[in-house]
Design a protein around this ligand. Sequence first.
Ligand code: PLP
Length: 350
Amino acid sequence: MDAFKPHLSGLGAYPYRKVDAAIKLDQNESPWDLPEDLKNRALERMRLAPWNRYPDMHAEGVRALLSRFLEWPAEGIVVAPGSNFLLLALAQAAKRVLDTSPSFAFYEGAARVTATPYRSVPLGPDFALPVDGLVREMDEGEAGVVFVATPHAPTGAAFPVPDVARVAARARERGWILAIDEAYCQFSGTDFRPLARENPNVVILRTFSKAFGLGGVRAGFLLAVPDVAGKLQAMLPPFDVPVHTAAIIETVLEFPARAAEVGARLAAERDRVIAALGGHPTWRPCPSRANFFLVRTPDAEAAWRSLLARGILVRRQDHLPGLAGCLRVSVGTPEENDAFLRAAFEATTD
Ligand SMILES: Cc1ncc(COP(=O)(O)O)c(C=O)c1O
């Protein structure tokens, strides 16, 4: 078979292995499902929508609500079945992709799938944004898209506005696009829309998968100037946000404060768990502004197994540069977090 482009032959699957466990703290999801009354409202909206007709071509109904909620022009909003599709479109459009190392795996994945030249710059000490390194890369060769997640995945670091602004300023000078991935912004209370309003080379990515509690629904969106949004929209297939997804998103956007409330509750839980882990004899939690945190252990494999033996699933990150011994723990319900803490302290006595 000789039909496919040669770069696809070396591609592997996204690095995720499904493991069953009583307490699931491995995918940075919200531990809370949508409340029953909201689910019923969404189901009713779904029931009333015609299923035989195609949905809006470009999620016009959802975009109009997002426009009001986020004070962003609807022509600058693109909605997709998960922000991963928007990452893919950005990587496909870009002449080059640049990001930090480590970072969210699909930035590199999207570059590889689309055969886009890819480079990464190591994070600085204490997981700082490597501004000088990113600027150096942008100064060389062709322009492209640079991805910066803040709060950052998988470290949880929230980068100072002046650091991100320096990257944005150089991106603008050199013709790059800076894609700021705010998947976790409700847990940090940070908001880079003001930077994007001042700078047409900045694109903001957000998702319904985290603080909105809709990981299973698959919806994310992007904010950009209309010219950039229009190009990215044109790259996505028409009618790509189905009628049921639109019904659910339109329902949750009737209560737009909910995501921030969930974000604040989980942020308080995160701070409680990190503080408690501070008393651990050998594990060292890293500060985080997201709904997850890294914990450095003497032996990631042994720590992961020991937690799993107690019914708790977390994610190993020790294969990533600079993260030797690290596990990534999502913040769960207070009960789940207590169970995690008990297991973590027991693990030392194994
Ligand atoms: C930084 C970051 N961006 C994007 C995504 C993917 O979001 P979505 O579920 O909208 O595809 C994730 C998922 O974990 C993430 O961590």
